[in-house]
Ligand binder design. Structure first.
Ligand SMILES: NC(=O)C1=CN([C@@H]2O[C@H](COP(=O)(O)OP(=O)(O)OC[C@H]3O[C@@H](n4cnc5c(N)ncnc54)[C@H](OP(=O)(O)O)[C@@H]3O)[C@@H](O)[C@H]2O)C=CC1
Ligand SMILES: O=CC(=O)O
Length: 336
């Protein structure tokens, strides 16, 4: 007798913002109906995307704020696989309420992001961008004199705010590569890290007072929003270099601009901003003592591939009903 049962309908997945390598895309296409929105710039205003959302069981991508109002349209949604470790773009309380699993990409980007932190530390301290631009503009007419000298990084004191995966990788580079003293501020103490890096936990203000360089690697949350304000920059002082590889929202950006303009701090190295892309008219694009990168902490071929690979695995596992490799909110879900 012929089998008259209809095969189960394939689940629908939306890929947004981050194009996937062909073999990763193929892994999704074997299992799901895939809708590709990676070419859409203003996703949340896109009529086709808004029309597709109610059909989506899974979303995979990054760099778009998916708020409650938007996700409410996605009534069949089971999983979001973020191609990022930071999850500040998602309303986690709402996802938990709806039992939607949120996955992210920790660990695979840690070392690359720590390298980027050092790119910023060195560029800001040694005035790398400013002096390279001088050469490019044909303004290198005589040997560099004292007003253009930088400051040393090796053997200085680094204060890390957020001693998690990336903070620790930065700490290892600082301690073992540059002979630096490492202090940290974190909401919990990490005694193993203290031993490995000979690092000291300090209160936030004390850390700022004692640092030659402050590097921020906390996630953006209600507790960390604008934690670097005018008072924080005054506490750091005129010799201090501020490096932010975390999120722009942890900084009061007008206060930072003022601190750089007034010499309240020496310089800043910034990968992340309150508004991204950084508006071209932001003073941060023009200040010689601000090194600005376009949010490229993890942006190497190898690491972006590893992140996408993990994100695809996360999504497949989630939509198959399995525990994904890197869930963010698993314990808060009703999936026991
Ligand atoms: N610029 C870029 O391209 C990238 C940026 N990032 C950013 O870096 C962040 C950190 O990533 P990762 O290291 O993997 O994350 P982790 O969760 O491993 O580390 C975060 C650390 O911050 C600490 N922390 C959290 N809240 C506070 C607080 N209120 N005060 C003090 N410490 C706090 C945590 O403390 P506890 O140990 O107690 O949990 C933890 O140690 C991401 O959330 C993302 O925003 C990440 C990758 C690339
Ligand atoms: O900003 C990048 C991330 O992975 O988080």
């Amino acid at each position: 007798m012929a089998d008259t049962t209809t095969p189960p309908e394939k689940k629908t997945v939306i890929v947004y913002k981050r194009p996937l390598a062909p073999d990763l895309m193929a892994q999704l296409e074997q299992r799901f109906t895939v809708l590709d929105f990676t070419c859409v710039t203003d996703l949340t205003e896109d009529a086709d995307f808004l029309e597709a959302l109610p059909r989506a069981h899974g979303l995979i991508g990054a760099s778009v704020k998916l708020d409650r109002e938007l996700l409410a349209r996605a009534e069949r949604l089971e999983a979001i696989s973020s191609i990022s470790v930071g999850v500040d773009n998602y309303d986690i309380a709402y996802l938990n309420e709806r039992d939607i699993v949120l996955c992210h990409t920790p660990d695979v980007l840690t070392e690359t992001t720590a390298d980027t932190a050092f790119l910023l530390i060195l560029s800001a301290a040694r005035r790398g961008v400013e002096l390279a631009n001088m050469v490019r503009k044909g303004e290198w007419t005589e040997s560099v004199k004292e007003p253009q000298f930088g400051v040393d990084v090796h053997h200085k004191t680094l204060g890390i705010v957020g001693m998690g995966r990336i903070g620790q990788a930065i700490g290892r580079r600082a301690k073992f590569g540059f002979g630096m003293t490492v202090n940290y501020h974190n909401r919990s103490r990490h005694e193993i890290v203290e031993q490995e890096l000979d690092a000291t936990w300090l209160e936030f203000e004390t850390l700022l007072e004692r640092s030659d360089i402050v590097c921020v690697t906390v996630p953006l949350s209600d507790a960390t929003r604008k934690m670097f304000d005018q008072k924080a920059f005054e506490t750091m002082g005129a010799e201090c270099i501020f490096v932010n590889i975390s999120r722009g929202g942890v900084v009061d950006e007008p206060a930072l601009i003022e601190a750089l303009q007034n010499g309240t701090i020496r310089a800043a190295g910034l990968d992340v901003f309150e508004t991204e892309p950084l508006p071209a008219d932001s003073p941060l694009t023009r200040l010689d003592n601000a090194v600005t990168l376009p949010h490229i902490g993890s942006a190497t071929h190898e690491t972006r591939f590893a992140m996408a690979e993990l994100a695809v695995q996360n999504l497949i596992q989630s939509l198959q009903g399995d525990r994904p490799q890197a869930p963010y909110n698993w314990d808060a879900l009703d999936r026991g």
